[in-house]
Design a protein around this ligand. Structure first.
Ligand SMILES: [Zn+2]
Length: 310
């Protein structure tokens, strides 16, 4: 991991030559014995962090810990321990609105110890967030007029959908249910990427907060990883809509389906068919819109699929 001078300035330890090597690899929040500090190891994936990207943090601690929690750009989360690799890991994300800069990952661990005192250990390191290279072109799409000029009855349906999403999508299951790689939800080419700007019927504009697959109606749609079906019902904009809860605040969303193959509360495995693609809701035609949400923010699904996960 390459560090810019700004990263070093945030260190609260003097930059004498003796500690410079420590500062280059890791940055201390509170003074601690130098040997122990050097033993922390923090890694992030992807190699270049950008706004809108999911992040896998991997941590090796010099202490035997009961639990490890992280704080990153205003979000708190817990790590899971892999005994084989003796590594703590957690999935997190960077909001599309996050400005480029250097941000600390702050860690708090509970030591495996019988003593009540000195149980907590803390550590932090700065990571650089760059600007994502997202398409700037604006796409003008034409959809049924009810989506841009809804009637009072349709406004009611829009409001109901908003309430359902507010209620369900912010529920967080702490324990991770995902394991290993996330997979593409359909065998089809990509027709629109994350964060492109769209204009509907020349009126309302919104960034594209998912990944589109050019899937003909009836294409099997697969769960991107293991999880629990949080929602499986029709909504006004989303059409037939499935949401899977993968734990640790991470959800995957599947829109515009023609058919459901799961119901709310079902446990699903990665690759399991959860529905068939279609063109229900605000869609210009049959396709699959897949989205990734972590703690209320939408992240780039293409980046999540690329991460090499334990
Ligand atoms: Zn889409």
């Amino acid at each position: 991991m390459k560090h810019r001078p700004a990263d070093l300035l945030s260190c609260k330890i003097p930059l004498s030559p003796a500690v410079l090597s420590c500062a280059l690899s890791a940055c201390l929040v509170a003074p601690a014995p130098r040997a122990q500090a050097a033993n922390w190891s923090l890694h992030a994936q992807p190699a270049r962090l950008v706004n809108g990207s999911p992040v896998l943090f991997q941590v090796k601690s010099p202490y035997r810990l009961e639990s490890l929690r992280g704080s990153w750009i205003g979000h708190n989360f817990s790590f899971r321990f892999n005994a084989m690799s003796k590594t703590w890991y957690a999935l997190a994300g960077i909001a599309l609105e996050t400005a480029p800069g250097s941000y600390p990952l702050e860690l708090t661990g509970d030591k495996l110890s019988t003593k009540k005192t000195d149980k907590n250990v803390t550590f932090a390191r700065n990571f650089t967030v760059g600007r994502g290279e997202y398409p700037k072109i604006k796409v003008n799409l034409s959809v049924e007029s009810k989506f841009t000029e809804p009637s009072p009855e349709q406004r009611q349906q829009i409001e109901e959908g908003r309430q359902i999403k507010k209620d369900y999508l912010n529920r967080v299951t702490l324990d991770p249910q995902w394991a290993g790689q996330f997979i593409a939800p359909a065998s089809a080419e990509i027709s629109d990427v994350f964060a492109s700007q769209r204009i509907f019927n020349g009126k309302t504009s919104s960034p594209h907060l998912g990944l589109d697959f050019r899937a003909p109606s009836g294409t099997p749609v697969k769960a991107m990883n293991d999880g629990t079906v949080l929602l499986a019902r029709p909504l006004f904009f989303e059409g037939n809509f499935v949401v899977i809860d993968h734990g640790q605040g991470l959800l995957t969303l599947y829109l515009h389906l023609s058919e459901f193959k799961v119901k709310e509360g079902d446990q699903v495995k990665r690759g399991q068919v959860i529905g068939l693609s279609g063109g229900t809701g605000r869609a210009t035609g049959p396709h699959l819109h897949a989205a990734v949400r972590w703690q209320g923010m939408y992240l780039d699904p293409a980046q999540l699929i690329k991460l090499r996960l334990p």
